[in-house]
Write a protein that binds this ligand. Structure first.
Ligand code: GN1
Ligand code: MG
Length: 361
């Protein structure tokens, strides 16, 4: 039997470990904060990697190391101060490995960034700084010369996600299809239009770039002034359309309700957040963003609630094999909430287009 403390001691830590406590609300990995003697703030973060989902842990940690090294180099070149708060630093194990395998589970450790805050929702002001930071994050990674692997192959490929849903429906493993027919029908009605990104890519006009691919609000650390310090949860950093980072932030930030809100009246797509984030994002990406990418930002704002509905629904139909759930119909509640958000974004698409065009230089 391992104890969390023993796992921590496999890494090159400094100080006497006093406590290891759960941290955060991720749906995939298990995360803990690690305290050392004479320090009120945690010193490290320990994570158990969900290797059912991230099957190639070597590639995973390799990607993360390449990305954090590249960003650290860029920040150093730009003479940015306080770099240790602006990019994650991972610890090596005592035998100099990037992760520890205990015979069953995979673990990694990083340094905790003090006086940093995470939020489940943000104001327009914070959204503007988030847009700028994500734009800059993509911008910094736009010239990385090392290849990154796809830690989850075709992660944000909506064609694949739709096929996974269709497969789930065909198998109907736990008999849940009959109660979700409405959602399946609504999803299918829009399926062709929602695959636009993949089509543009096949036509050779939409590139893939290195993206974070999980930019929901609670995956970023803010300082007390509301500036983004850095993005965390780097597992899914990989080549994708820029839509991934733009769309997934809005999916969580512009939602006036919770991702799993049972009261659908709480859910709406907030245009003030949209406007502020878009403004920041376009500023942060002006050095590289192509017209085809800009023009389709409103599509991205719809795509992510759509894709997340597809993913939650497929998991519900499969009998909850992917996302952590707190109660049996949790994935159904999430499906309904994401769909409401999608419908709201769909109604506002025209307004979004007008706004994006106004920010064209
Ligand atoms: C997962 O790890 P976490 O909770 O930040 C998921 C995202 C989903 C999100 C929905 C690897 O993110 O893609 O958008 O849940 N990550 C993975 O909340 O599937
Ligand atoms: Mg997370």
């Amino acid at each position: 039997m391992y104890t969390l403390r023993n796992i921590v001691l496999k890494f090159k830590v400094e100080g006497e470990i006093t406590e290891v406590k759960p941290l955060g609300e991720g749906l995939i990995n298990d995360t803990f904060k690690v305290y050392v003697k004479n320090d009120d703030s945690p010193k490290y973060v320990l994570q158990r990697i969900n290797n059912a989902i991230f099957q190639d842990v070597e590639m995973l940690q390799d990607n993360i190391e390449k990305v954090t090294n590249h960003i650290r180099k860029k920040l150093t070149e730009k003479n940015v101060d306080d770099i240790e708060r602006k990019v994650l630093r991972f610890l090596r194990t005592n035998d100099d490995k990037k992760y520890h395998f205990d015979g069953e589970k995979y673990w990694r450790m990083m340094v905790f960034i003090p006086e940093s805050y995470t939020y489940q929702s943000v104001t327009p002001e914070y959204s503007y700084t988030a847009g700028l930071s994500f734009g800059e994050f993509q911008s910094m990674l736009s010239d990385i010369d090392q290849e990154l692997g796809e830690t989850i192959p075709s992660f944000h490929n909506i064609e694949l996600r739709l096929n996974q849903l269709r497969e789930a429906v065909k198998n109907d493993a736990v008999g849940r299809v009959k109660e979700v027919q409405y959602y399946i029908g609504e999803i299918e009605k829009r399926a062709d239009a929602m695959c636009l990104g993949e089509q543009l890519h096949r036509e050779g006009i939409l590139p893939k770039r290195i993206c974070h691919c999980d930019t929901k609000v609670n995956n970023m650390l803010f300082d007390k002034e509301g500036n983004v310090l850095c993005v965390i949860d780097l597992d899914t950093v990989m080549p994708s359309f820029i839509f991934s980072d733009y769309g997934d932030f809005l999916r969580s930030a512009a939602n006036t309700g919770a991702e799993d809100d049972k009261n659908l009246d709480n859910i709406d797509f907030n245009m003030e957040i949209f406007e502020a984030f878009t403004k920041g994002y376009l500023e942060g990406t002006k050095s590289f963003l192509l017209p085809i990418e800009k023009e389709n930002l409103p599509y991205a704002a719809k795509l992510f609630p759509y894709m997340q509905t597809v993913r939650f629904l497929a998991d519900y139909i499969n009998g909850d094999t992917y996302y952590k759930i707190q109660y049996p119909e949790h994935n159904l509640v999430r499906t309904k909430a994401q769909w409401k958000l999608f419908e709201s974004a769909e109604k506002k698409e025209g307004d979004m287009r007008t706004m994006v065009m106004n920010y064209f230089s």
